[in-house]
Design a protein around this ligand. Structure first.
Ligand SMILES: [Zn+2]
Length: 334
């Protein structure tokens, strides 16, 4: 990308470097790897809004990780699970009118607020809260909310599915999951996206496409898309416990694997069972998936495996180890 450098006094080639930067988040110094655009000729730093905001998101997420705080998106999910508006949710909690909106938009929540939100994530706790507190909601809103709590408690998919997944997939953001709790819904949308785009998509290739999508999105935005962890296996980086996820996707009629034989080779093909859901992936996420699809569309499973073997993160880890998203900074697809 070309940009104007004031020192050189003309349009110059730019490059992106990584350096440590310290940000003050809520009175605490947080060191992050910041990506900065500089003039390729004289090294002068050039302003780049996207990189700056990605770095800031990184710093905030690092702060949240240190203090085990919910991410903005997780707060939104808790509210939506109860079908409440931002205003009603704030009212229910006896918080200021705009508090929930600020948190969902990225302001760091205070610790007491975080504890209450974590507690209320469980429907049975919401019932307790409603019975033990004088809440400022209208009577009919309370009735409706209790009804939603009932439904959530009866919904065995919600309960069993969540507990089962919680055993294997962390909902707490950390470096291993790209600072994002595991998001089954987004992962399903990613799998469907690739399965619909590429006819005869094989499982081995899908695993690499997911890995590159999460890593590149993380590199550019400071968060992964799916919250998957990726492990180092002999044939490249693969999502941790992936067969378990594929089992659930088959049970949910999202997609399943069909085995066919090509000579003596056993091929595992991904067969989609529904359309890519609307509104699950953001425009930015779809843009990254499209870029990854385009980059690798003519690669076979073996080629993409070989390609992934040269990545720093893969080479720096041993078989079975989780590959940190920090290595995403070294991935360059051009
Ligand atoms: Zn310059």
């Amino acid at each position: 990308m070309m940009d104007y450098c004031e020192v050189c006094g003309r349009e110059v080639e730019t490059k992106i470097i990584t350096r440590k930067e310290i940000f003050n988040v809520c009175g605490e110094d947080i060191e992050v790897d910041a990506q900065v655009m500089v003039c390729a000729e004289c090294g002068e730093e050039l302003f780049n809004e996207e990189l700056d905001s990605a770095t800031l998101i990184n710093a905030y997420n690092e702060y949240r990780r240190r203090h085990k705080l919910l991410l903005p998106e997780e707060i939104r999910k808790i509210r939506e699970q109860y079908g409440l508006s931002q205003r009603s949710f704030a009212k229910l909690l006896n918080w200021g009118d705009k508090t929930i909106r600020r948190y969902e938009n990225g302001a760091v929540q205070d610790r007491a607020h975080n504890s209450l939100l974590l507690f209320l994530r469980e429907p049975e706790n919401m019932r307790t809260y409603l019975t033990e507190n004088e809440v400022a909601l209208e009577e009919k809103q309370v009735v409706k909310l209790l009804d939603t709590v009932d439904k959530l408690e009866q919904d065995t998919d919600f309960r069993v599915g969540r507990r089962y997944f919680d055993l294997f997939f962390s909902r707490i953001p950390c470096e291993e999951n790209g600072f994002k709790g595991f998001d089954y819904e987004k992962l399903c949308a990613m799998v469907l996206f690739f399965a619909h785009k590429s006819a005869g998509l094989l499982k081995t290739k899908l695993m690499k496409l997911l890995n590159y999508s999460d890593m590149i999105f993380y590199k550019e935005n400071g968060l992964s898309i799916s919250g998957l962890k990726y492990a180092h296996l002999p044939y490249g980086p693969v999502p941790d416990n992936f067969d378990m996820i594929l089992g659930k996707m088959a049970a949910d009629h999202i997609a399943h694997i069909e085995v066919f034989y090509d000579g003596s080779y056993e091929n595992h093909q991904v067969v989609p069972e529904c359309d890519v859901p609307e509104g699950v992936l953001s425009d930015e996420e779809i843009e990254v998936l499209t870029r990854i699809y385009e980059k690798f569309k003519n690669f076979g499973s073996a080629e993409i495996s070989n390609y992934s073997h040269k990545e720093t993160g893969y080479n720096a880890t041993k078989t079975g180890q989780i590959i940190s998203y920090a290595y995403a900074m070294d991935i360059n697809l051009n």
